[in-house]
Design a protein around this ligand. Structure first.
Ligand code: PUT
Length: 277
């Protein structure tokens, strides 16, 4: 690829087009087509199977919102698991929380980790932190063999195609519940309400059957389909809307604030309907 317009086809009739200056790396890994590209508008970007995974310019929104909402909701998140997330952005945000003693990252594709370190160093910056245990493996299987172990689990997957397909199932959410301690919380990226309404509705129904507190929140991520991105939070005990002000401590962020923590749960009516609220 060199100096051309790349289109991620997001539906049969719609896509996002990005000016690519040059391809930095492209290979078919054991799991997916991995491409790293330098773009004019968004800095270096990671694409998997032709879909935008992250860009240097807007990555902070997604990574902060995956990590900080559950970590400020849980009063003592010491042991955290990230499923997927091989670019390291969620781990970078988790490391801003001193209470976290250990964060384990399990990504099925070691090439994502390797090339994120090389081409997205500001995102992968904490992957070598001694509090982080990076494992290349199947997150679904890791969850299946874990029991009463984690305070917080974050699912930073691709869209529900390819290796991520199992990560949007009720069986997986049940496994997450088993892997969490009795007051554990999980968050999963849940795609967008414009083109994936049915998926969001189904995920909400499934998670509600397993977790007593289930909430949907949103963030604006310009390079993701429709720009309106959803996250599903399932909690056994703590409500993200009931976090007291005193719980928030200062961390360096560009999107997340304590006000936004709660505002993100205020949904447009059509999204509220999908969440069954
Ligand atoms: N893991 C990030 C979600 C991908 C959105 N295209």
């Amino acid at each position: 690829m060199a100096g051309f317009w790349f289109t991620e086809k997001q539906t049969e009739n719609f896509g996002i087009t990005i000016k690519v200056n040059k391809t930095l790396h492209a290979e078919q890994t054991d799991f997916q087509l991995l491409e790293m590209a330098e773009t004019e508008e968004w800095g270096n970007m990671l694409f998997l199977d032709g879909m935008v995974m992250t860009s240097e310019k807007d990555e902070f929104v997604y990574h902060e919102m995956v990590a900080h909402v559950p970590l400020f909701t849980h009063p003592n998140p010491e042991n955290v698991l990230v499923v997927g997330g091989g670019d390291g952005g969620v781990i970078r945000e988790i490391m801003k929380h001193p209470q976290v003693k250990k964060a384990t990252l399990v990504d099925i594709d070691g090439k994502v980790i390797e090339f994120s370190k090389k081409y997205l160093p500001s995102i992968a910056s904490e992957l070598e932190n001694p509090r982080v245990d990076v494992q290349v493996g199947d997150g679904f299987m890791h969850i299946a063999k874990s029991e009463n172990e984690y305070d917080v689990i974050m699912v930073d997957s691709t869209e529900p195609v390819g290796p991520a397909v199992n990560l949007f199932t009720k069986g997986f959410y049940a496994g997450i519940s088993k892997a969490l301690k009795e007051d554990g919380i999980f968050v999963a990226q849940s795609d967008n309400p414009w083109f994936k309404a049915d998926l969001i509705e189904q995920v909400q129904k499934d998670v509600k059957e397993i977790f007593p507190i289930t909430r949907l929140y949103i963030a604006n991520i310009p390079t993701y389909p429709s720009g309106m991105w959803c996250f599903t939070l399932g909690s056994k005990k703590y409500d993200p809307l009931a976090v007291e002000d005193a719980r928030f401590h200062d961390i360096d962020t560009k999107y997340y604030t304590k006000e936004l923590h709660k505002a993100a749960f205020v949904l447009p009516k059509f999204v509220k309907d999908l969440a069954g609220e």
